[in-house]
Design a protein around this ligand. Structure first.
Ligand SMILES: Cc1cc2nc3c(=O)[nH]c(=O)nc-3n(C[C@H](O)[C@H](O)[C@H](O)COP(=O)(O)OP(=O)(O)OC[C@H]3O[C@@H](n4cnc5c(N)ncnc54)[C@H](O)[C@@H]3O)c2cc1C
Length: 396
């Protein structure tokens, strides 16, 4: 996925999405691990200086061990204020993104906590080779002006990583990161991201939209193929396998239709990114939302065809169900981060509703951000306890 001019494979987005379907049909978690390398490095290509591109992308592509790992750390722990969904809230220090980077001489001093980022701990929880971290560099600015992205290298003192145990995509290594006066050279701040960390987040999740979308296609495809195989072999004691009955035939036909349509949407979105300089902030979000939200319906319909035996852990439907619950939530939640991007573009006076049909560019600007966010002004009033510190619900 990385650009050929810096030693990468130079795949088009369409090629990458086709490959991503095959990986994610087997293991969506591993697909995420692969994808996140791009979330960490593509912004260097978009926004970095020539020196930064050679240093960071070049070090990844020069690796011959196959172990080089890159993380992308945007997400933050839950709480009030907290979470990630309101990262572009315009209020000063309003919400989201509380990891700070303060310039001290020729170094940035990083403090705070990230929660959820994948790959960041590396293979041994001592840090990935490189981690692109979204930080608040402007404490007096809101989320559309005060964020930046800085590269943190493995071995930087003052950083600890702890694994998070998840209920889906368990092979994707999610981590909590704690920064305690971690010092990073000022030259690691990706030049064009100064005050533009918001655009980094939106562009990253536009690029990964069709990759997450094809993940949903891949899981739906696996569930459908399992259910079809079952329907073609299971007779239930009748004269023929159940595929010959109308209900399983129609339901599986509907599932196959949804999968095909979603796959073409991902290919179209990837092609649009290829045509428009890796911009597709609105279409990428539409693709991610649509494809990941058709998945649950497909898995559930496949389970109806298989019947009670789909609940037997010998089958793989419990895993498909867990993936179906996760995909709309990860890679920027569909509510908040993804739908907001669509909404923000759509309200713009100049929005052309036929742009995607006609393969026209659709600009994405800062004034399209922040719509729908919770402003969350700074207050001295006591905050509501975060889910982590609140007393658990009483058991009656
Ligand atoms: C397998 C996996 C891999 C991941 N990899 C990474 C990674 O590599 N890097 C990384 O940074 N993160 C990663 N994440 C985190 C992921 O990107 C989340 O989508 C992100 O943290 C945002 O979560 P959220 O949308 O639930 O936001 P939260 O802020 O946690 O929001 C919680 C809920 O409140 C809602 N909400 C809050 N405010 C609003 C609003 N204004 N409007 C509407 N709804 C609102 C949200 O929609 C959501 O339903 C990963 C997560 C998983 C599970």
């Amino acid at each position: 996925m990385l650009p050929a001019e810096y030693g990468g494979g130079g795949l088009s987005n369409v090629d990458f999405v086709i490959a991503a379907e095959e990986i994610q049909a087997v293991d969506p978690g591993f697909g995420t691990t692969v994808l996140v390398n791009g979330l960490g490095l593509m912004p260097v290509w978009y926004y970095g200086t020539e020196e930064q591109k050679k240093r960071f992308i070049g070090s990844a592509t020069a690796d011959e061990s196959g172990e080089f790992l890159v993380g992308y750390a945007a997400s933050e722990p839950p709480g009030t204020p907290g979470g990630t969904a309101n990262f572009d809230a315009p209020a000063i220090d309003g919400a989201g993104m509380h990891v700070t980077a303060r310039l001290d001489g020729d170094e940035y001093v990083i403090n705070g906590r990230k929660y959820w980022p994948c790959n960041v701990g590396g293979w041994d929880n001592k840090g990935a080779n490189l981690n692109l971290v979204v930080v608040r560099t402007g404490s007096e600015s809101g989320g559309t002006a005060g964020l930046s992205a800085i590269m943190v290298e493995r071995g930087t003192p003052g950083i600890t990583y702890r694994s998070i145990s998840t209920s889906a995509q368990r092979s994707a290594p999610n981590c909590e990161i704690v920064f305690e006066d971690a010092r990073v050279p000022a030259s690691n701040l990706i030049e064009g991201t100064k005050g533009n960390g918001d655009l980094v987040i939106n562009r990253n999740f536009a690029w990964s939209g069709p990759v997450a979308g094809i993940g949903a296609v891949a899981v739906a495809r696996s569930a459908y193929e399992d259910a079809l195989r079952w329907a073609k072999t299971y007779t239930g004691g009748g004269p023929k396998p159940i595929i010959h009955y109308q209900y399983p035939g129609y339901v599986l036909g509907d599932v196959a239709t949804k999968i095909e349509a979603a796959r073409y949407f991902c290919w179209k979105s990837a092609h649009y990114l290829d045509q428009h300089g890796y911009h597709g902030e609105m279409l990428g979000a539409m693709c991610k939302v649509h494809c990941t939200e058709m998945l649950f319906d497909c898995v559930y319909k496949c389970m109806q065809v298989v019947g009670v035996n789909s609940v037997d852990k010998k089958q793989r439907f419990d895993r498909y169900l867990r993936e179906a619950a996760l995909l709309p939530l990860y890679d920027a939640g569909n509510f908040g981060m993804q739908r907001r991007r669509v909404h923000g573009v759509m309200v713009d006076e100049g929005f052309n509703p036929r742009a995607f049909m006609d393969d026209e560019p659709v600009d994405f600007t800062k004034d399209m951000e922040g719509i729908d966010t919770i402003p969350g002004p700074k207050t001295d009033e006591p905050t509501i306890p975060s889910p982590q510190t609140a007393e658990p619900f009483a058991v009656r």
